[in-house]
Design a protein around this ligand. Structure first.
Ligand code: SF4
Length: 420
């Protein structure tokens, strides 16, 4: 039986990735923005056209939060809710309607949630492995659909995390990226409370892999202990990706974000004092309802004043089922577009500053399995999240080596050499 599993939206490609003539297709939909949800539906339709005889199984956050819209698409065989996603493989032989046992249910937050992960760590052909250590969220930021899709915050037991990391380390993986919807909440759902700092400290003592990276962490959950675990000789990469969203206090309140601009500023400065070369990435959400020019400038000026190394810029997207869907006045599309363009210019400035600070500095880089498509040079990713192109043979793939970034071009492509 030929099974194709698809993520409808990928960062590298616009359309769905997939193969034709599969027997079963599983589509993992996304709901984080209305565009992602729309692309998910487009992907399902395309897959049905290209695989007319396949069983089509749809799961993921869009299916979970808006099953009625998905059901309007003809020829979907099964909708599977988030909590049953990992059981699909067990039932692939029973996809006939009368035998498929997974019943779709909406999230019921009054029922206890439990962590579900793969039994073995998944690496595929990637140089760096991803390990989900937490799922769900209890924060209910007013713009966000995720708590409605994933349920309450739940964490993978520490023993399982260590087992996965040992397996990955033994198979030669040098870097693991720890992911979660709200990873800073790690361990707070346990009977005996734990924390992300406790977990990272434990991993740092054992060192089952060479280094760990956090995929993202909320401003209020970064603390001095975590930052110190990213100092040389410790397990964490000196790279933090932090969702700021807005640098205006009134907008932050309307978003129900639990910090203000001064808290954020102090936190970034604490990172910079302890780790002066840290990569610090920031998410911004632009054009939240009622955001004025002045409030947008507050965000811009806050970021401009701080040692941030790059930005991810997201235009506000009203998600049905969230409070912000009903907030007025909405910011018009052109204003949102212009503000996003301004932020992207600031992103380029920040990236340039960051590269400039890192030039001619010896750093460790993990060599990626795939070379750079344009130049054919090998790519290495540093602990502080700089990608450096190097002249070297494929024998270095997956290895950590010392490198020196030496020059960059107008597209911010950084080239360097292996340090002797
Ligand atoms: S903390 Fe993140 S996942 Fe949770 S509601 Fe806020 S934005 Fe969404």
């Amino acid at each position: 039986m030929k099974v194709t599993a698809l993520q409808p939206v990928s960062r590298k490609e616009d359309g769905p990735r997939g193969k034709k003539n599969a027997d079963v297709v599983i589509v993992n939909t996304c709901a984080v923005t209305s565009k992602a949800a729309m692309q998910s539906r487009q992907a399902i339709r395309k897959i049905i056209r290209e695989n007319p005889d396949a069983k089509v199984i749809v799961t993921g956050c869009h299916a979970q939060t808006d099953p009625e819209t998905i059901k309007k698409i003809d020829h979907i065989d099964h909708l599977v809710c988030h909590k049953d996603k990992l059981k699909i493989a067990d039932h692939l032989g029973s996809t006939a309607d009368d035998r498929f046992p997974l019943i779709f249910k909406k999230i019921d937050r009054t029922e206890p949630n439990s962590f579900k992960g793969f039994h073995h760590a998944v690496k595929g052909d990637m140089t760096r492995a991803y390990l989900k250590i937490q799922d769900g969220c209890d924060a209910f930021c007013t713009y966000c659909i995720v708590p409605h899709a994933r349920g309450a915050s739940v964490s993978m037991p520490e023993a399982d995390i260590l087992r996965h990391l040992r397996e990955l380390g033994a198979s030669g993986v040098n870097e693991v990226i720890l992911t979660g919807i709200h990873a800073g909440m790690y361990g707070r759902d346990f009977k005996e409370k734990s924390s992300l700092l406790d977990l990272l400290t434990r991993i740092d003592q054992e060192r089952p892999v060479y280094r760990l990276r956090l995929s993202s962490i909320e401003p209020c959950e970064i603390n001095e202990g975590i930052i110190r675990l990213a100092k040389p000789g410790h397990i964490l990469c000196d790279h933090f990706h932090i969702p700021l969203q807005s640098g205006d206090d009134d907008i932050l309140k309307k978003m129900k974000r639990p910090y203000d601009r001064f808290f954020f500023k102090d936190m970034v400065q604490m990172i910079y004092e302890i780790l002066p070369f840290a990569g610090i990435g920031v998410d911004t959400l632009i054009g939240f309802p009622s955001e004025t020019d002045r409030q947008f400038e507050n965000t811009y000026e806050l970021i401009e004043s701080l040692p941030i190394s790059y930005l991810h810029v997201f235009p506000f997207s009203a998600r049905k089922g969230t409070p912000a869907y009903h907030f007025d006045p909405k910011v018009d599309d052109k204003t949102i577009k212009d503000r996003c363009a301004g932020m992207r210019t600031l992103d380029k400035m920040k990236r340039r500053e960051f590269v400039g600070r890192n030039l001619n500095r010896i750093q460790e880089g993990l060599v990626q399995n795939n070379p750079d498509k344009k130049t054919g040079l090998i790519k290495a990713v540093t602990s502080n999240y700089l990608t450096v192109l190097l002249k070297a043979g494929p024998e270095f793939c997956g290895k950590i080596l010392d490198l020196v970034p030496e020059q960059w071009d107008k597209d911010l492509t950084v080239k360097g050499r292996i340090s002797e």
